[in-house]
Ligand binder design. Structure first.
Ligand code: UDP
Length: 221
């Protein structure tokens, strides 16, 4: 029996991935009450244990001992995950009193806002302990952000370590890589460009259509 694996893809013209102006990004940050006054670290994810939001807060705390930054944890609570509310509560507790950490519990249709947050971020983190494909990684790479991602699942297909971001296995490694990217902004920019190219070559909807057409062609022959 033959089988085909077709990796997911993103639509660059969708609300979540279309180009935005600097002003549009600024408006979203203002609306959400997040100052763009220092480097921004971002993780976009459901509030889920396997996305390790608490680990990301710990990374931010370590980085802040030596460098100035803000952290945004933007996500929602999946209906099929009853743990979500509990994890969000824990995350808020962990971040309590730290005005540089912004926890956003977004409505499920916040595509434009997520697009703007990804574009306004300097470094995107996806510190998954376990992952399916990791579309948030694809979205951030497309927007030329360097991504620091957990060494898990489909993140490994998307991040070439040291080329368009870093693969990490611990809080310490993540902290080191964030500090590296903050200190080496021109390398961070080069990595961001490399990330966009990888998505253009491999993870856009055009490749997805091509895979399906080929599969249908083979099934019909
Ligand atoms: N997402 C969203 N709102 C949120 C959190 C995530 O729309 O509050 C989107 C995110 O932009 C991505 C998808 O949901 O397109 C999550 O896909 P991913 O493969 O990263 O993780 P999953 O949630 O499927 O494990």
């Amino acid at each position: 029996m033959a089988y085909y694996i077709i990796p997911p893809s993103i639509d660059p013209l969708s609300e979540k991935n279309k180009e935005l102006s600097t002003q549009q990004v600024k408006n979203v940050f203002e609306k959400l009450g997040i100052p763009q006054d220092r480097p921004i670290l971002l993780q976009v994810s459901r509030f889920d244990y396997f996305k390790d939001p608490i680990g990301v807060i710990k990374v931010c705390r370590q980085v802040k001992k030596r460098a100035s930054c803000r952290l945004i944890l933007a996500g929602g609570i999946a209906e099929d995950n009853p743990e979500g509310s509990y994890i969000l509560k824990q995350v808020k507790e962990e971040a309590k009193g730290d005005l540089d950490i912004h926890i956003l519990n977004l409505p499920p249709d916040s595509f434009f806002e997520i697009n703007a947050l990804q574009r306004g971020a300097d470094i995107v983190i996806q510190k998954s302990l376990k992952e399916g494909f990791g579309l948030t990684v694809t979205e951030a790479l497309w927007k030329t952000r360097p991504v620091i991602g957990g060494n898990a699942g489909g993140i490994k297909l998307q991040i070439k370590d040291g080329e368009n971001g870093f693969l990490i296995d611990s809080i310490e490694e993540t902290t080191d890589k964030v500090e590296y990217l903050l200190k080496n902004s021109s390398h961070a920019r080069e990595m961001g460009e490399a990330g966009r190219k990888i998505v253009k070559d491999k993870f856009l909807i055009t490749r997805y259509f091509k895979n399906y057409l080929r599969l249908i062609g083979e099934l019909c022959s």
